[in-house]
Design a binder for this molecule. Structure first.
Ligand code: ATP
Length: 595
């Protein structure tokens, strides 16, 4: 018995499940009804057998005609019942197909409108969980739950009606074990309820110990602390085992009693004992005992089925909640209908921009500057100053909390994202390659590009030769035919940007993942690509941006200084300090290619 039993006993069909299944609710109810009527009809043969026995045991025996009529009725009921159950199952599966298809599309439509900044690692996990696992869980609910409830409910209902019709007094006695089952079951739940939280917490403890162990395995091994990590896992397992015993021990006796009460043999025993008494007292004829013998033990199956299927409802409720939450993920405010505007030129202006990831801390405040077309602007500052956040705002990963950013005089909020990314390309530190050919990876933003254009882009990014060295050249599949180093991935990402040919380019730590040789190749690629474009470079190494037309120094989310390299050094302010700390004192302007 698991701890979810208690939660599952509570009604949960409303709320997220109800909202998600709304479009197919009618079909599911019809499917449940068909299954219920079908299940009722499949039980007609039992009543027919009892009737045949009753006639056969009667004074005159049974004539051929009523016998065949009852047999025909039984077969017809069985056949129609099976047909109705199948129709119900088919309808439920069609409804399931419709709703899962609808949900998958709705989720993807929603996710295409959420800010790019939302897609953190945590969010990727949520998306995977919702799109795969949770939708599969909902499949169990839509395709099976309603028809199962219909079948079990129908069988129980018709059995009760039949037994009460035959003899209500014996029916009440024959059914006594069932309330007994629920009494023991409730007691078992109460007994284990106290330990349920500890049980769930220890189970979560194992999960996190496993995740910690697997995710940190490289660090753990390299620092020689694998023994400690192992022991954390062992401790979690031991604690879980203890909690498990604490949880199950009070359950065992009560559940054993509950199950014994409704075991078919126990139910049959009650029926025979009480029935014999009834017959002996002359309250019913011996033949009237047969319906009880045939039908009452059969109640256990559907009853247990109803009980166990509440598990599915419980799981589905969690899944529906997660899917619903994802469907309600806040999206970027769309451009007001009919107000989308076309940028006039490519000048970018930050006007009093501020941003806070959360209510507690303002990460950027009062940022105002222009990116003149064709110029290079570098953003520098200490770690955590807000440089990457500034770049992400320009790429509309988020919208500013205060102020606005304009492109060609148009607020980014009034641009559709396709137009934004046609104007502004980016090469970020965190490059994502997809599981596809190298060609598809480069042509991601422009699938119609010709092979020649793709190769040209790869040449500009200094990665053409490396691609030709792969077993299948541009047809090589990333991850199967070859692995790319961090620096090479940056170069593929540059080739992507080159192919889109945007007039504005944002580079954030574009060489961060590269070794010294590759860094030179990347810088070389970027400086060729950057010719004539507007560049915003987020630089962690000051020597890479000495030649920028403008260097903006961010400190604690605000612009502290701005100017050219020499001017800033002369000011002897923060930039000069960072320069000295970086040990670039002997670097000359000619030594490093500019972005
Ligand atoms: P670095 O040079 O180390 O990359 P940075 O100057 O680029 O730093 P940002 O990455 O912009 O700085 O981060 C600025 C501040 O915002 C930091 O305090 C950081 O912790 C916080 N921050 C960054 N990303 C998030 C996020 N997704 N959610 C919450 N806070 C964030």
């Amino acid at each position: 018995m698991d701890p979810q039993h208690k939660a599952s006993a509570e009604p949960q069909a409303s709320g997220p499940i109800g909202r998600l299944l709304n479009p197919v609710r009618g079909r599911l109810l019809v499917a449940a009804l068909l299954a219920a009527v079908g299940a009722m009809l499949t039980l007609v043969p039992l009543a027919a057998i009892a009737q045949i026995a009753r006639l056969a045991l009667g004074a005159g025996g049974i004539a051929a005609q009523p016998l065949w009529q009852l047999v025909a009725l039984s077969l017809a009921s069985l056949f129609v019942g099976m047909l109705l159950i199948s129709a119900g199952e088919l309808l439920a599966h069609l409804a399931d197909n419709r709703i899962t298809h609808h949900l998958r599309l709705a989720l993807v439509r929603r996710l295409s409108r959420v800010p790019l900044g939302w897609f953190s690692e945590r969010a990727s996990g949520e998306v995977k969980q919702a799109l795969q696992d949770d939708i599969n869980t909902l499949h169990n609910l839509t395709a099976h739950f309603y028809t199962t409830v219909g079948r079990a409910g129908g069988a129980i209902l018709i059995s009760l009606l039949y037994l009460f019709w035959v003899d209500w007094r014996l029916a009440i006695i024959a059914l006594l074990p069932f309330p007994g089952f629920f009494l023991f079951f409730a007691r078992a739940m109460r007994a284990s309820g106290a330990n349920m939280q500890a049980f769930a917490a220890k189970m979560a403890g194992i999960d996190s110990a496993v995740a910690e162990f697997v995710n940190g395995i490289a660090v753990v091994k390299s620092f020689g602390t694998s023994g400690r990590a192992h022991s954390r896992y062992r401790e979690a397992v031991d604690e879980f085992a203890e909690a498990f015993i604490g949880f199950t021990r009070p359950l065992v006796a009560s559940m054993a009693n509950a199950n014994a009460l409704i075991a078919p043999v126990a139910v049959l025993g009650v029926v025979l004992l009480a029935g014999s008494l009834f017959v002996a007292q002359g309250w019913i004829a011996a033949a009237d005992l047969l319906p009880f013998v045939l039908v009452t033990p059969g109640l256990c199956g559907p009853l247990l089925l109803l009980h166990y299927i509440t598990h599915d409802l419980n799981h589905a409720s969690g899944a529906a909640q997660r899917v619903q939450a994802l469907l309600e993920t806040p999206v970027l405010a769309p451009a007001p209908a009919g107000l989308e505007r076309v940028p006039q030129g490519c000048e970018i202006r930050f006007e009093g921009v501020g941003y806070a990831y959360d209510a507690e801390r303002q990460v950027l405040a009062d940022i105002s500057f222009n990116l003149e077309p064709g110029t290079t602007t570098a953003i520098v500052g200490r770690s955590g100053a807000g440089k990457s956040t500034l770049a992400r705002l320009l790429l509309r990963f988020f919208d500013p909390s205060q102020g606005r950013i304009t492109l060609g005089g148009v607020d980014l909020r009034q641009l559709d994202s396709a137009s934004l990314y046609r104007h502004i390309g980016f090469v970020l530190q965190d490059v994502r390659l997809i599981h596809a050919t190298v060609r598809d990876n480069i042509a991601l933003g422009r699938p119609s590009a010709s092979q020649q254009q793709i190769e040209e882009a790869a040449r500009t990014a200094n990665i053409h030769q490396r691609i030709l060295d792969l077993p299948r050249g541009y047809d090589s599949v990333v991850g199967e035919d070859g692995q790319f180093s961090g620096g090479e991935q940056q170069q593929l990402s540059i080739a992507r940007a080159v192919l889109l040919d945007p007039p504005v380019l944002v580079l954030d730590e574009a060489t961060a993942a590269a070794d010294a040789d590759r860094e030179v190749a990347i810088q070389d690629a970027l400086s060729r690509f950057a010719q004539g474009r507007t560049l915003l470079v987020i630089a962690h190494r000051l020597d890479t941006v000495m030649q920028a037309e403008r260097i903006i120094v961010i400190d604690n989310g605000r612009i502290a200084e701005q100017g050219r390299h020499a001017e800033l050094l002369a000011q002897r302010g923060l930039y000069a300090r960072l320069w000295n700390q970086g040990g670039y004192a002997h670097t000359t302007e000619q030594a490093v290619p500019a972005c």
